[in-house]
Write a protein that binds this ligand. Sequence first.
Ligand code: ATP
Ligand code: MG
Length: 249
Amino acid sequence: MTANCPAANLVIDAPIKTNKDRGTRVVYRGRYYGRPVIVKAYSHPFKRRIDWFLCHYHGRVLRRRGVPAPDIHYSGYAPSLKRYVIIYEHLAGDGDFYWIRTEPERSRRLVGYMKLVRLLAVMHGKGIAQKDTTPGNFLESDGTIYALDEDRMDVRPWPRGKRASLDNLASLITQFPPEARDDTDRIGEVYMKERGWDMDDRWRQYLARRIDKFRAWRSNKRGFYYTGYRGALVMAAIGLAFIGLWLLV
Ligand SMILES: Nc1ncnc2c1ncn2[C@@H]1O[C@H](COP(=O)(O)OP(=O)(O)OP(=O)(O)O)[C@@H](O)[C@H]1O
Ligand SMILES: [Mg+2]
């Protein structure tokens, strides 16, 4: 049975990324039917199957809707690794966008930001947000910008609205070097133009506020999403309602 599994033709070369801290997944370089591939193997002790399934499902939607992404050669169980895996085409070329954090020339960094922002706008227009906005989740190959890492994508049947879109954009901007804060207006305008929207003062201020919030949240390192006082009030109201119900019955 193992020999009949397509994943039996997978040869693992070396891990390129081990998510050791959380023990959730390992990314390998390998070969599949002799072709160079990237293999993502899920290894969480309890939820590896659901993690794999979400990535698999988001990946299918992403490709069906025409967002540039590496081909998936196989998705399923790999007996050799004893893991659920996704085998991707290895995109050769310029690599992921972590370089924008170290590139010494500001004008080049700005070009990099704009490329990511345009792809994010295309994704939002197709109903997909990338909650994990690290520049390593976008990659350039042969002049095309690809979306990687479907794990934490958020997929909806309709295009994302302005508020949700700018939230996601703000999260991406906080992953850029701090100087990008000075270019927020330009970045926002490029984004809005790509979506066919006009940027006015209200949305300009909204984007700036969201960036400050994400930045405060990231430097807080509290490990949970900072919802602000309104979120805290809603949570408290839900808690009180539960206690009330419990006392009643
Ligand atoms: N198809 C691909 N072709 C070339 N490189 C890739 C491909 N897929 C992933 N990579 C490289 O592997 C890195 C990690 O991939 P990915 O983001 O999918 O894994 P991850 O475990 O979720 O990582 P992270 O926690 O950093 O988001 C990417 O930043 C990219 O450099
Ligand atoms: Mg990633």
